[in-house]
Design a protein around this ligand. Structure first.
Ligand code: NAD
Length: 391
């Protein structure tokens, strides 16, 4: 159980690029990183594309005005000269900027925590992976939902054979907030449907990379062999970017899967779900009831496993904060991801590669795999929705 005691000798000096006053995701980073652990201390930032607004925002977060910078270049160069300069930076800007800012941060000797989808191409991700290795730095990726402890329970139950041999993986991440073109007037949506800023996809990158990572978290051994993706732009002005996609998958070893991702699932607030079906039983988790895991054994009454209960695996209990009596939510999940990233950074700083190898956190490979997933889906869809080998 986590109770706020420190896990690192001292908090890491942390800055943000993006995540400013009007951003959608900035607060999730701050509330996650600073939630209930002593791992991070926010000391600087370049929070906004509008330098004055970014500075004003930083001051209202309680930072020193002279550590609220106009842009990431000034942030990295000035902090390098500061005797207590930043050690790690979060990048929470629109997709098209992640690559150049991550590279600049690594070059400046910083650890990086970056938003998804990490980059536009897997080639970029491989290049940055090599750079991070050369600089001896961590790149973490904020697949925030993956921090819900019941997913570690799911991972452990699949690994210990409780559902038998895995046959099917059924995934969905949909909402209805882009069902009409009026959604595209908002700043946070405008760039999402512009390939120059969003990259080669809209919902595949924006939504399904989360669920795809969750599938890799709970099924680390399962590898994709081929897939078929069909993508649509129901709002025509969004073409070539899709607002809906359906993907069929074949895994090595014979298992199959499917993913439905959509922002035009009219009436849906937010529906992310993964169901893993084995030869004996199934496990199902959804992000609107994240404290529960449905366990259904053929010919037996179904069970709802609940967070914080003593019957759970130690890995799931270790990240519980509130106990079974109370509901945990997205902020707790983000706090777990941030804490895991902090532990990875700390292990890297201490040269403890064994500890690092034993940590489960969304690392550069997880970011790379998300980019690769999008690339393969787009290649299939744009070739006429055909089966393609997973490259
Ligand atoms: P947004 O448009 O709402 O906010 C972007 C923020 O970045 C704004 O504050 C903007 O001023 C700032 N910004 C833009 N360019 C900048 C630059 N060059 N330097 C400094 N600041 C800059 O976007 P958003 O919805 O917050 O998304 C940002 C990123 O987070 C995207 O990559 C998106 O995919 C990701 N995201 C992830 C999650 C998640 O659950 N992990 C949720 C939402 C968004």
């Amino acid at each position: 159980m986590l109770n706020g005691e420190k896990k690192l000798a001292r908090p890491l000096r942390w800055a943000m690029v993006g995540g400013g006053r009007l951003s959608q995701v900035g607060y999730k980073h701050r509330s996650g990183a600073l939630h209930d652990n002593t791992a991070f201390q926010l000391v600087a930032g370049a929070f906004d594309i509008d330098a004055d607004r970014g500075r004003d925002f930083g001051v209202h977060l309680g930072l020193d005005a002279d550590r609220c910078y106009a842009d990431y270049r000034e942030l990295f160069s000035r902090e390098r000269q500061h005797e207590e300069g930043i050690e790690v930076v979060t990048i929470a800007t629109p997709n098209g900027t992640h690559y150049e800012i991550t590279k600049a941060a690594l070059e400046a000797g910083l650890h990086v925590i970056c938003e998804k989808p990490l980059f536009f191409t897997s080639q970029q991700a491989r290049e940055v992976k090599a750079l991070a290795a050369q600089k001896n730095r961590i790149v973490g990726v904020t697949y925030g939902y993956s921090g819900h402890p019941m997913l570690l329970q799911m991972r452990q139950m699949i690994a210990s054979g409780e559902i038998g041999e895995v046959r099917m993986v059924d995934m969905r991440y949909t909402h209805g907030f882009s069902a009409s073109d009026s959604a595209d007037k908002f700043e946070a949506q405008k760039w999402r449907v512009d390939p120059a800023v969003a990259g080669p996809s809209f919902v595949l990158g924006d939504l399904s990379t989360h669920t795809f990572y969750i599938s890799q978290l709970v099924l680390p051994e399962l590898k994709l062999q081929s897939l078929l993706c069909d993508r649509q732009s129901f709002i025509a002005s969004r073409a070539p970017l899709e607002d809906n996609a359906m993907v069929m998958m074949r895994y090595h070893g014979g298992a199959v899967g499917r993913m439905w991702t959509s922002s035009v699932d009219a009436g849906s607030m937010n529906a992310q779900q993964i169901r893993v079906i084995g030869s004996k039983a199934s496990l199902q988790w959804c992000d609107w009831l994240p404290n529960e895991l449905r366990y259904e054994v053929q010919n037996q009454p179904s069970q709802l496993l609940h967070h914080g209960m003593a019957y759970l695996d130690q890995a799931a209990l270790a990240e519980d904060r509130l106990g079974a009596l109370h509901t945990e939510g997205l902020t707790d999940a983000w706090a777990n991801i941030y804490l895991r990233c902090a532990l990875a950074i700390d292990a890297k700083n201490r040269g403890d590669e064994t500890a690092l190898a034993n940590l489960i956190y969304p690392d550069i490979d997880a970011g790379l795999e998300g980019v690769r997933w999008v690339e393969n889906c787009v290649r299939s869809a744009d070739s006429g929705a055909i089966w393609v080998n997973y490259e």
